[in-house]
Design a protein around this ligand. Structure first.
Ligand SMILES: C[S@@+](CC[C@H](N)C(=O)[O-])C[C@H]1O[C@@H](n2cnc3c(N)ncnc32)[C@H](O)[C@@H]1O
Length: 430
């Protein structure tokens, strides 16, 4: 274990804020063994469908070994593509996951299947391909994002998927379809937000939709075959954790990575999944395409809204004060995000059993030149609810699927340094 202490970069502000930070620093440790250099987060089943800002499965594995036993219940409230859940069930822990993104839940579920064989379905697809009548759903700005032939072929794939009876194989094909939709769209590939390719690239981009799909299915089949067999149950709920949780049993361990800020200025999940959600409507249950509204901080409070329900957390107060000096509107956006985060923390905390452990994996971002020390804010929130802060471990996030730059000033094209460190903030419920 790396024993040297890591200091939080100053956020400025009042004396109480400084003393709170000083207490926090005492329990902050750099954990080099959590860096997992050279081990991609998307190995094996964790490479089934791209997902922004995935947890590293090796980190989850170490935390599960340290803080739980076989038969325990592990919960990830912001489960995304289900890294926590899939590590848990392969280690004999029961897993529960919630997320607002229906495609995320489908990916999480498919990653848990062992030894699927979709070869029969692929043979059928190729046999009927020429006779399939395209089924094209309503997609916003369809012809801006997809070329004519691509639209036709995606429509054919959709028609085929609609004809399949419910099965695990079908679910895997749906995940491959979601990835294919993105891969054959005219959006630039290495981005989380949607940006159209430059016109010259558009002219040369003529993907073979059927081939992309078939290769994706084959890749997933291999990934599922080479990973361990699940040894416990997994339950998933399409649920917004700002509202009371949809299950009643207590959980022994929480391992989660919430969004680091609102999706307008951090990871744009809604943008990233909008193509999938639109093309998948009718194939899976998609209550709403605009998932960003449900994401933490998705709806910004205005000054007349009541944010008083948020208890006064000193670090958050100091941070908001510093941002507000430069930009009141941005301060309100950050306040709205933390207001939503606290509602979630409250619900999550209530579900943890006595003696249970919570691991919140967070990153600190910069807004208008002020560092927002999310690890400290989360610490104050859990302590307010009676949890004991055990330790904060610090790892480098070189492997994480995050943009290396983002736009803290919220101006498109203007970049600033983004997170290079990830904080694993660990609590125990007395
Ligand atoms: C950083 S990602 C989690 C990634 C996940 N750990 C993984 O390995 O794939 C954060 C997740 O929080 C979800 N989310 C955002 N707001 C939510 C809310 N109000 N309730 C539940 N989930 C939410 C997003 O859809 C996203 O999947």
């Amino acid at each position: 274990m790396g024993e040297h202490l890591v200091c939080n970069q100053g956020v400025g502000g009042s004396t109480p804020l400084r003393s709170t930070l000083a207490q926090g620093i005492a329990k902050k440790k750099r954990y080099e063994e959590y860096d997992f250099l050279g081990v991609p987060a998307g190995m094996g089943v964790y490479g089934i469908h791209k997902y922004p800002a995935m947890l590293h499965f090796k980190l989850v594995s170490a935390l599960i070994d340290e803080f739980s036993e076989e038969g325990d219940v592990v919960y990830d409230p912001f489960c995304g593509s289900g890294t926590t859940l899939n590590v848990a069930i392969r280690k004999g822990r029961h897993a529960i996951g919630t997320d607002i993104n229906p495609v995320a839940l489908l990916i999480a579920r498919v990653r848990s299947y062992y030894g699927l064989d979709p070869r029969g379905a692929l043979r059928d697809l190729i046999r009927v391909w020429d006779s399939l009548e395209p089924d094209v759903p309503e997609v916003k700005n369809l012809t801006y994002w997809f070329k004519k032939d691509t639209i036709r072929d995606l429509g054919k794939l959709r028609r085929f998927l609609l004809s399949l009876p419910a099965s695990r194989e079908r679910e895997m094909l749906l995940v491959a379809f979601s990835q294919t939709v993105r891969d054959v769209s005219l959006t630039r590939k290495g981005e989380f937000k949607r940006y159209r390719m430059p016109q010259r690239s558009v002219e040369n981009f003529n993907p073979d939709v059927l081939k992309v799909f078939v290769n994706t299915v084959k890749d997933y089949t291999l990934r599922l075959r080479t990973f361990g067999r699940p040894r416990a149950s997994m339950r998933l709920y399409l649920h917004d954790v700002r509202y009371s949780l949809p299950f009643s049993e207590k959980v022994d361990l929480v391992i989660t990575s919430p969004p680091y800020g609102d999706s307008r200025t951090t990871v744009a999940y809604g943008d990233f999944f909008s193509f999938s959600l639109e093309w998948m409507r009718g194939l899976i249950d998609v209550p709403e395409v605009n998932i960003d509204r449900r994401s933490l901080g998705g709806v910004v409070a205005n000054e007349t809204d009541n944010l008083q329900a948020l208890p006064s957390f000193p670090t958050l107060r100091g941070t908001l004060f510093s941002i507000a000096k430069k930009d009141k509107k941005r301060a309100m956006e950050v306040a709205s995000f933390y207001h939503d985060l606290f509602k979630s923390v409250f619900n999550i905390g209530s579900q943890v059993s006595e003696g249970g452990t919570v691991c919140f994996v967070v990153g600190n971002r910069t807004v208008k030149g002020t560092i927002v020390p999310m690890d400290e804010i989360v610490k104050e929130m859990f302590e307010y609810l009676g949890f004991k802060h055990m330790e904060t471990r610090v790892r480098r996030i070189t492997n994480k699927r995050m943009p290396s730059k983002n736009s803290p000033s919220n101006v498109r094209g203007k970049v600033g340094n983004t997170m290079h460190e990830e904080y694993i903030v660990i609590f125990r419920k007395p």
